[in-house]
Design a protein around this ligand. Structure first.
Ligand code: LHQ
Length: 259
């Protein structure tokens, strides 16, 4: 087990913590392999109904470790991306349970891509976001050119990618990249509380919501309407749907099992 990523499961929540605080959780091969393995493990673990991803220390992640072999220009970064980043980002997007990312400090380069791959992005008020890539002569990767224009629109995505300005959590919230910003000292408690809440909710429906939203911007209206119907058929057969309706009619809180 690598110490570069901490992984614990309690009460239906998997908490994954990037753990190289001395370099702002910069992503070397060891960290990326451990992170991918953690995500793949929670994807198929029925005991996990929500995921919380955060960073140890004062950073979320400073992106690829520029001092590590393979990131600093010694090998083809495209190969690193295909081998280490793409399986991770795709796993996060298809994960049939919600992922909360708690951005506790700087999220730069592929660290920003990672933060934006979550379903609900929270940030501490001193967190910052930076498309650091062009500052070192690279292009945004690990999903940034996919997520950013969809989140903030083309005008802002282009300026963020080209200028590589470091923006504040408040600005990121205003741009629509972040769901909520909390005082730094409250961030982790708020994130834990949200993940804990999500872990008691209708997990299967959440997974299907992700399928619908992941397809939305590439589908025609007709295709999306049909997809909604297919997904609703599936949700409609779920135990949680029966429980949700019964609880409503009986005027009590639902007891969802995630099935
Ligand atoms: C770091 C890093 C870092 C190593 C801070 N590496 N040590 C993907 C896959 C494959 C290949 C290539 O690329 C990619 C995509 C990418 O992610 S490219 C983008 C890579 N990231 C960056 O270019 C960001 C570089 N870092 C910075 O610009 C600054 O450190 C930021 C703005 C993140 C934070 O600034 P400060 O808060 O002033 O902190 P600092 O610069 O003092 O950093 C603290 C320590 O962390 C420091 O070490 P030291 O021994 O001096 O205390 C840094 O050297 C180290 N560190 N980022 N990416």
């Amino acid at each position: 087990m690598s110490e570069t990523v901490l992984h614990e499961v309690a009460d239906g929540v998997a908490t994954i913590t990037l753990n190289r605080p001395e370099v702002l959780n910069a992503q070397n091969a060891e960290l990326m392999d451990a992170l991918r393995d953690s995500m793949l493990a929670v994807e198929s673990d029925p005991a996990v109904r929500a995921v919380l991803l955060t960073g140890a220390g004062r950073g979320f992640s400073a992106g690829a470790d520029l001092a590590a072999r393979g990131s600093g220009g010694t090998t083809d970064p495209g190969e690193t991306l295909r081998r280490r980043y793409h399986p991770l980002i795709e796993c996060m997007r298809r994960m049939p349970k919600p992922i909360v990312t708690a951005v506790n400090g700087v999220a730069a380069g592929a660290g920003m891509s990672l933060a934006l791959a979550g379903d609900i992005v929270l940030a501490g008020e001193s967190a910052t976001f930076l498309q650091a890539f062009s500052k070192i002569g690279l292009v945004p990767d690990a999903g940034s050119t996919y997520f950013l224009p969809r989140l903030v629109g083309d005008v802002r995505a282009r300026a963020l990618a080209i200028l590589a300005d470091r923006i504040s959590a408040a600005e990121a919230e205003r741009f629509g990249m972040v769901w909520k910003v909390y005082p730094d000292e409250r961030l982790i408690d708020e994130a834990r509380s949200l993940a804990g809440h999500l872990a008691k909710m209708p997990t299967r429906a959440y997974g299907l919501i992700k399928v619908a939203l992941n397809s939305s911007s590439d589908n025609s209206l007709s295709d999306q309407l049909e997809l909604e119907a297919v997904l609703q058929s599936e949700a409609g057969q779920g135990e949680d749907f029966r429980e949700g309706v019964a609880a409503f009619l009986e005027k009590r809180a639902p007891r969802f099992t995630g099935r």
